[in-house]
Design a protein around this ligand. Structure first.
Ligand code: PMT
Length: 219
């Protein structure tokens, strides 16, 4: 038997990478597979939530009928969909790996091979999670941090700067954690607690995250 504490709640989840177009055939992207976000969506739906899943490009399909999926490509599209639904949600969990920069211009035609060097100008994308923190009313806001150094310090800084209630830290220095794998190893950090978990499947990690959220914020 599992918790049904999320019955009647709306949970917004972002998942996957974003692709930032360079031209009609090329993009800047990252290695996110969407597995972490889709696992969270399935687990929240099983616990009774209505789930709004906003996902960048991934091959995954949601299974549970309580999941409404909205597929996007770029960070700007992800931001637009997030803010279509943000006001209506009780919990928001940002597990997407959003590109921090996008090409300043997207070429209309395929860029031809010419010189030995090619320079792309990049401009900053919107920080979706930071904007969610700024617009927060009654939502519980959960972010992720993917770090390669000073992990806990950087995660705590994101918790505060982005006005989050909880942050899930995963480190690329840990074997089996982060992008692509079926497993992850996380630390869950709030203003007054810090819990470390072992290496487990992303399904189990999703359970740990939702257990923490329920324990902290649904007493
Ligand atoms: O998809 P998988 O292959 O299963 O991999 C899972 C994962 C490694 C992608 C996931 O567990 C994870 O760590 N997601 C966050 C990755 C990330 O971009 O971390 P970050 O530290 O750069 O960003 C911090 C937070 O701000 C994240 O919640 C991110 O969604 C958000 N963000 C970042 C940049 C931006 N422009 N907008 C954002 O909203």
């Amino acid at each position: 038997s599992f918790s049904r504490k999320l019955t009647g709640k709306t949970v917004l989840i972002t998942a996957g990478p974003t692709y930032e177009a360079i031209d009609p055939v090329r993009f800047i992207g990252n290695h996110s597979s969407g597995k972490m976000g889709f696992s969270l969506a399935e687990e929240a739906a099983k616990r009774g939530a209505r789930v709004i899943l906003i996902s960048g490009p991934t091959a995954l399909k949601p299974e549970h009928s309580n999941i409404d999926i909205h597929r996007v490509t770029s960070a700007k599209e992800m931001a637009n969909q997030v803010f279509n639904y943000y006001e209506t949600c009780d919990f928001a969990i940002a597990s997407a790996a959003v590109a921090d920069y996008a090409p300043e211009v997207t070429a209309d035609e395929k860029i031809k091979k010419k010189e030995d060097h090619l320079t792309l100008n990049l401009v900053k994308n919107p920080d979706i999670l930071k904007a969610m923190g700024e617009r927060k009313k009654n939502q519980i806001l959960v972010g992720f941090a993917l770090e390669t150094q000073n992990e806990v310090e950087n995660a705590k800084e994101k918790l505060n700067k982005k006005n989050l209630d909880l942050i899930v830290l995963n480190s690329l220095r840990e074997a089996g954690a982060g992008f692509g794998h079926d497993t992850n190893k996380v630390k869950i950090i709030t203003q007054n607690s810090e819990k470390s978990f072992g290496l487990k499947s992303k399904k189990e990690v999703a359970r740990d995250i939702l257990n923490c959220i329920e324990d902290e914020f649904l007493k």
